[in-house]
Design a protein around this ligand. Sequence first.
Ligand code: ADP
Length: 729
Amino acid sequence: MSIFPVLLGVQYVGIAALMIEILYVMKQKTSKLQTLMMLVLIATCINFVGYLFEMQATDKNTALMAIKFIYFGKPYIALSIFLFAMEFYKVRLPRWLVNVLCGIHISVTILVLTCEKHTLYYSSIDYTYEGMFPHLVFGHSIIYKIYNYGFIMGYLLIIVLVGVKNYKYTRTHIEKTRIILMSSISGVSVAGFLLFCSGAARGYDTTVPAYIISATLLMILMFRYDLLDVLLLAKDDIVDEFDAGIVVLDERNRVIYMNKKAGDILAALQEEKAEAEISRLDRLCEQNERLHIEDRIYELRRKKITRNDNFYGNIYIIGDITESYNYTINLEKQKAIAEHANQAKSDFLARMSHEIRTPINSVLGMNEMILRDSTEPVVKRYAMNIKTSANSLLGIINDILDSSKIESGKMEILPVEYDLDSLLNDVVSMIYAKAKDKELRFEVNVNEKLPNKLYGDDVRIRQVLVNLLTNAVKYTHEGSVMLSVDGKSIGDSLLLFCEVKDTGIGIKEEDLPRIFQTFERVDEKRNRNIEGTGLGMNIVQSLLELMGTELKAESVYGSGTTFYFELSQKIISEEPIGNFRETVEKLGEEYQYKSLFKAPQAKILVVDDNEINRMVFTCMLLDTQIQVTEAESGIKALKLVEKERFDMIFLDYMMPELDGVETLHKMRNMEHNLSKAAPVIILTANAVTGAKEQYLAEGFDDYLSKPIIPEKLEQMIKDRLPKEYVVED
Ligand code: ADP
């Protein structure tokens, strides 16, 4: 009996402690866990007070009253510990289940309150004076057994099991301690209950102190380990809900934290393979590679944790980029398909324009013969019209070819030495007739002091000027078209200034930016009778951009347009261009072909599978009196050079059996070639960039593009023939 006062003391102390705990918890920030904690403490306190009454009861009735009081608290201790644990482990219990559980516990309270009237809960109620103190002895009904062994023990067991499961996935020290504490709380309660059932406590209900120990441990769990820090909880929740996996490693590369997502992604981190997995992450980060797990793709980022130059560890952020990755891959695929299609289009355009250039070559060549030979003014006029139309068709084809080249980035600027007067002469002679046809004044102002020999891409400058002037003539119905060329020397370069001005229909201010877009034609209603493709201005702008400058435009709608640009060209010699006006005036004279020179002794071989082309070639040189031999194939040419010595050989590129390049190689390797010293020139309609360089690299001496321009052909022959053969006219 001597232990009884001690037990009573424990009761008093316990009650006091519980009161203090309740007050403490009440003062803390509200959260669901805090509410559940309060429930645990209040229920435990009721149980405790009730048991104090029971211990001090001296008769059966008082003891029964105390028992009834106890049951206002006791059944709710295990329930609230269970709910607390589930909240702690973030196990979401359905509402209906919580309601059912509450219902069961309330029913038990009712059963105990009415226990004398039935045997549903206690099968018998006796009072004994044995044991440590007089107490009630109950017979246990089946409901009692199910409730106590099933529910109460069940709760506590579930808490331990969930704890074990969570422990496996937990790496941080603090989390582990929390789980151990939570499980110990259940363990203590179970131990108290088992001890009571065993009867070893001799009538003393050991669940009562067990519960108070549990409640205290729960307090420690909450406050010592910050369970009630809402901010910390919120942080945990946010990080857990985060779409990216987050793993925190300490300075020794041990995992001290990982969020739920990281746990899902890196299952291996939760097993013994953690170390290998971390070194894999390290390697991937260093090589800037992605992490592939099954069909998901993750992007890895590593961030050092440092404070005041001290290294504390690393954070890995693992983002699931599968969707965006697949999207990008898909986009890239689509892009490749589109680029392929675009390339196919460009190739087709290049091929087609090449194919069209060849017959135009024949048309222009034959027409040239008519122009030269015919004395009939009407026929000459018709032929002149053919020449204009064929040239404009050639212009369109060239524009398409250029546009596709620009689009595919294959357009190159090839600077060479050139004569400004010859460039301007070509431009002016092309435009002169057009302006004259429309009865427009064509004024050309070229600063006489401009250096004549320059270094730049004359072909492209010519193209730009021709395009601008053609438009000026096209879009001007009366008045004048003016070309002004001026410049300023800066060191060894000339800043060339070109301006094309017309008194034409003008362009609306809002339309100006649009005219540089491919296929864009503005003011279509008014211009519907004026032919055009809408490619020209875009080509001009692109070419100027490639040459490092840009086209500027000023226009007054209804009164005229001015296009101008500045272009830097290297000066080769300071010799001035002189009076250019005279050149223009000469153009006013009737078209009258005159060959540059005569060379009756010269022998030239032309090799082309196309008969008309050969004929055009021969006819073009009729006036020069050069002896032209024709060959229809490479093989025939090889036979001819064995027997005869030629001064020059023109080889077509596209020929069946042996093409131009193969013929040249064979020719050069022949033992008996009487024309070994003769320059070999390739004839081709292939105007693609780099073609010239390619042919020269194959061993050709020069390159002449089709359609052949008679002046160019003559000039080339004149430059390459031995001087003693050439007789100037
Ligand atoms: P197009 O083949 O239609 O002439 P361009 O690309 O050369 O195509 O020109 C685009 C548009 O710019 C033309 O359709 C025309 O409306 C306008 N344009 C170009 N040059 C002039 C000009 N000198 N005067 C008026 N409008 C012009």
